[in-house]
Design a binder for this molecule. Structure first.
Ligand SMILES: Cc1cc2nc3c(=O)[nH]c(=O)nc-3n(C[C@H](O)[C@H](O)[C@H](O)COP(=O)(O)OP(=O)(O)OC[C@H]3O[C@@H](n4cnc5c(N)ncnc54)[C@H](O)[C@@H]3O)c2cc1C
Length: 573
């Protein structure tokens, strides 16, 4: 017996050693291949060639960075056109201590699943820490400020719920399993509600309340996306009640993510045209997809840009914060009257190449389903934050998300580590909240969230926290501003759809055109993430430029026995 054990151990050790040798060799091969590729790129002649990015969001900035970093394309031959006065798109964050700060959204990053995001930002210098990359800066900050939510769900009586159990019935577990085993081809147009249609209890489980509000699903969202999240976020499923997997940036993502990459690109000579909307795109006659001209509206003047066959065009074909509006303490955020700019351009070009550039219709026609509202609170001093801290047991930056699960608006809040803005003084504090059901009445403020001022949103919030009435006026006196933000298409990428509605990143027959956004099809990956835009940009650049380098694959956590075992245990708790 002893000998058998000894022989077994020796064999195992030999196996480990062999794998090490194999891994080292693989790594060496990869490095060698990359060096060869680098040399090939350096020899390429880009004289006279130009690259054009429509939209100044993360996808375009990442695309420009890949062109420069991996293709050695000259920055000065790249132009980014942005309809707004500022770059960054949905990754926004702006304000003053006097007028109040606003982020339309707050991003929870993820160390495990944002493979290309971390890889790209490893080569983008931090603006605040010399000799460090953005990736190092964010991960160092996050590791020093770990997340562990102590008040993830709160009920109507103000009780913090024990949410370690997901609360599933056996039938619900089996239905989720069935979904994971169902081929996506069978899920065209199916909503989450329809998949669980005979199971109303599912929508009352701890799991649903947490999963819904962590990722912003609605019951009417596409089951495609729900399924992708279950697969891709399986790692997070077993710790969803504490959100320990959430990675936080030191400041809001405009300052922590966008500004460093913008700075990098500016130094490389990239040209940025703000207040410049691309209103139409012309394609060459024939079956191929070759962009020949862009029609711009730049500061109110119309312009055209001609593209030759060797030039490149990358388009953010839709934007989740398109047409978003802001209110203030005394004014609700208005419902916009104009059509979405990005959706309009996508519709125009899709009609020019029927069936080849996707179909924007399911995403941009049901504003009543795709909208929700956020609000950013700015205060003098930290009286309100101290109340939240006393209630949750989480110091700012450690709690991720708290949801009032029974609230009419399905309201949640996030208190980031302070300061959250570079120009935020130490005696000013901010936090962010949102509601998913904007047509419903609040429990204290008897109005639809959509019709509420910032002040009313905060009042509803303080009542959900069960702050005694006599303390509320004193807390409200500390408020500088509450800025509500109405986002008509924020959930557009989750709307029910057919598989064919999202175009591939590089459409068939394209010679110089790619689409890079949350509205393109990338098998296995999940939308409403920074990673999706970066991955799309990398696929686009590598495909059109013929780059022979690896794109970080989607990590198959859903096939790893240890992670699966943890998930099963969690589902049965
Ligand atoms: C409330 C909220 C919460 C979020 N939470 C998370 C999260 O927790 N984790 C996470 O990873 N991600 C999150 N995101 C998503 C993340 O911010 C986006 O996925 C990402 O920013 C998308 O980048 P993009 O470049 O593809 O598009 P966008 O950032 O939307 O940029 C598109 C840009 O293109 C411009 N544009 C569009 N059409 C035209 C045109 N025709 N001409 C000129 N300009 C045009 C728009 O003005 C816009 O600036 C959240 C977003 C929001 C709003």
């Amino acid at each position: 017996m002893g000998r058998i054990l000894a022989t077994g151990a020796a064999a195992a050790a030999a196996g480990v050693a062999a794998k090490k040798v194999y891994d080292t060799k693989k790594k060496k091969d990869e490095i060698q291949k990359e060096a060869v590729e680098e040399a090939v790129m350096k020899r390429r002649d880009y004289t006279g060639r130009t690259a054009h990015f429509i939209g100044g969001g993360l996808a375009s900035l990442a695309g420009a960075a890949y062109l420069i970093r991996d293709c050695k394309f000259p920055g000065s031959q790249i132009t980014v056109y942005e309809g707004m006065h500022i770059l960054g798109g949905s990754n926004d964050g702006i304000g003053t201590p006097e007028g109040g700060f606003v982020c339309r959204g707050g991003r929870m990053l993820n160390e495990e699943t944002y493979e290309n995001f971390w890889e790209l930002f490893r080569t983008i210098p931090s603006l605040t820490q010399p000799n460090r990359s953005v990736t190092e800066e964010i991960l160092n900050f996050d590791h020093a400020h770990p997340t562990c939510a102590k008040a993830r769900l709160v009920d109507r009586d103000g009780n913090i719920l024990d949410v370690r159990s997901m609360g599933f019935t056996q039938a619900e577990r089996m239905r989720i399993l069935k979904l994971l085993r169902t081929d996506e081809k069978e899920l065209d147009d199916v909503t989450i509600q329809e998949w669980f249609k005979d199971m109303p209890h599912f929508f009352t489980t701890n799991f649903w309340h947490m999963w819904q509000t962590t990722f912003a699903f609605q019951t009417w969202s596409s089951v495609f996306e729900f399924r992708r999240y279950m697969n891709r976020m399986i790692f997070e499923f077993s710790r969803i009640e504490t959100l320990e997997g959430v990675t936080r940036s030191p400041l809001n993502q405009y300052d922590s993510v966008i500004r460093p990459i913008e700075e990098f690109l500016r130094k490389e000579g990239v040209v940025f045209k703000e207040n410049c909307t691309v209103e139409d795109i012309d394609f060459a006659e024939g079956d191929d997809i070759t962009v020949t001209r862009l029609h711009l509206n730049h500061n109110g003047e119309t312009e055209t840009v001609e593209l030759g066959a060797e030039d490149l065009c990358f388009m953010i074909n839709a934007c989740m914060t398109d047409s978003a509006t802001l209110g203030d303490l005394h004014t609700p955020a208005p419902v916009p009257q104009k059509k979405p700019i990005s959706g309009e351009l996508w519709s125009k070009i899709a009609a020019k190449k029927p069936g080849r550039l996707g179909n924007p219709e399911p995403f941009f026609t049901k504003e009543n389903e795709s909208n929700w509202l956020s609000f950013t609170v700015t205060c003098r001093g930290d009286k309100i934050l101290k109340k939240i801290e006393a209630f949750t047991g989480n110091i700012p930056g450690s709690g991720a998300l708290m949801t009032f699960k029974d609230s009419g608006w399905k309201m949640s809040s996030v208190v980031a580590a302070q300061p959250h803005f570079p120009n935020q003084p130490s005696d000013v504090t901010i936090f962010w909240g949102y509601g998913l059901y904007t047509d419903r009445e609040g429990d204290y403020v008897k109005k639809a969230m959509k019709d509420c001022t910032g002040e009313e949103m905060l009042l509803e919030y303080l009542h959900q926290l069960h702050i005694p009435e006599e303390e509320i006026a004193g807390l409200m006196e500390t408020v500088i501003n509450v800025i509500p933000c109405y986002m008509p298409y924020i959930d557009a990428q989750f709307q029910p759809r057919k598989m064919s509605d999202r175009p591939p990143v590089v459409p068939e027959g394209s010679t110089n055109f790619a689409m890079i956004s949350q509205f393109v099809e990338i098998p296995e990956d999940m939308v409403f993430t920074e990673e999706y835009s970066v991955r799309a940009a990398r696929i686009a650049v590598y495909t059109l430029m013929g780059v022979n380098k690896k794109i970080c694959p989607v990590t198959p956590y859903n096939k790893m026995p240890k992670i699966l075992l943890k998930a099963v245990k969690k589902a049965y708790l």
